[in-house]
Design a protein around this ligand. Structure first.
Ligand code: IPD
Ligand code: CA
Ligand code: CA
Length: 270
């Protein structure tokens, strides 16, 4: 695949994300439509008809871009790669990341599209339709915010904001979540909680925060953001510092260039 081919695919995925954003924005014209349509397992894990509408739209549009590709989307019930996804192209999509923000008309909710090639992260696109902000990246090509190259921050942890995810659907992780929050609050400028993991990874990629951590995320939450952060000069591992396998749920630590390895991992919590 040439650089020109990669750029062409990236442009087409960005267009698809923008169209998904039009669907998301249309929802807020009728507040009744964003009520939960379904509740999934775990604490307060809602699905609206818009999560399904956006996924349905992207399933069709993305397969026009790469007809041979596989598709893993949050709303089709898979949470891990199967072996066939290791060959060729696989889209990993979170139609709306930040559904509780979306339902409450609060803060970022985004469309997140990751593309894997032979099992390896290849392209990431995260679009926030409320602010019309498009983050995108492709392996070896760099990361961009609305078309402008972005780079993660060079500041140390002590001079950085840290965003952290509360793994809201997993009550068994509460103690760990607050222990992690408390650990970083003592070591950084302040904590932030956006409600969208994909957005949080883009905040680290674009130099606004120095670090993002969350004790448990699904592949579609971090697939696109991982490409964007890595291409922006940051790094992403699990909370123990291990390289990500990109095949299913994991804890996530995404750090900017300036936050050293020693600084960014929290101690182990039971
Ligand atoms: C959630 C958001 C949230 C994070 C959760 C995710 P959803 O995704 O990314 O920030 O804390 O762990 O599950 O359910 O809104 O797509
Ligand atoms: Ca999500
Ligand atoms: Ca979602």
């Amino acid at each position: 695949m040439s650089i020109a081919d990669t750029k062409n695919i990236l442009i087409r995925i960005r267009e698809a994300a923008r169209e998904a954003g039009v669907i998301m924005r249309s929802a807020h014209q009728d507040q009744n439509e964003i009520a939960p349509d379904k509740i999934k397992a775990g604490h307060a894990n809602f699905v609206t008809i818009y999560d399904k509408k956006v996924q349905e739209f992207l399933t069709g549009r993305l397969s026009e871009i790469l007809p041979e590709s596989h598709f893993v989307g949050e709303e089709n019930g898979r949470d891990a790669f199967d072996e066939s996804f290791r060959h060729g192209f696989t889209f990993v999509v979170d139609p709306i990341d930040g559904t509780s923000n979306f339902m409450n008309n609060y803060g970022p909710s985004v469309t997140s599209i990751g593309l894997f090639r032979d099992g390896k992260p290849y392209i990431g696109v995260v679009y926030n339709p409320w602010q019309d902000v498009m983050f995108s990246a492709a392996a070896g090509i760099g990361a961009f915010e609305n078309g402008k190259a972005i780079h993660s921050s060079e500041e140390p942890l002590s001079m950085s904001l840290v965003s952290f995810g509360t793994a809201p659907y997993y009550p068994e992780l509460r103690k760990q979540v607050w222990a992690i929050g408390s650990f970083y609050l003592d070591r950084c400028v302040d904590l932030r909680r956006s409600g969208s993991a994909a957005w949080d990874l883009c905040m680290a990629a674009s130099g606004r925060t120095g670090l993002f951590v969350e004790p448990l995320l699904q592949l579609w939450d971090y697939a696109a953001g991982a490409v964007i952060l890595t291409e922006a000069g940051g790094r992403i591992t699990d909370l123990e510092g291990k390289k990500l396998e990109f095949c299913g749920p994991s804890s996530i630590a995404g750090a900017s260039a300036g936050v050293s390895r020693e600084e960014y991992l929290p101690p182990k919590y039971e």
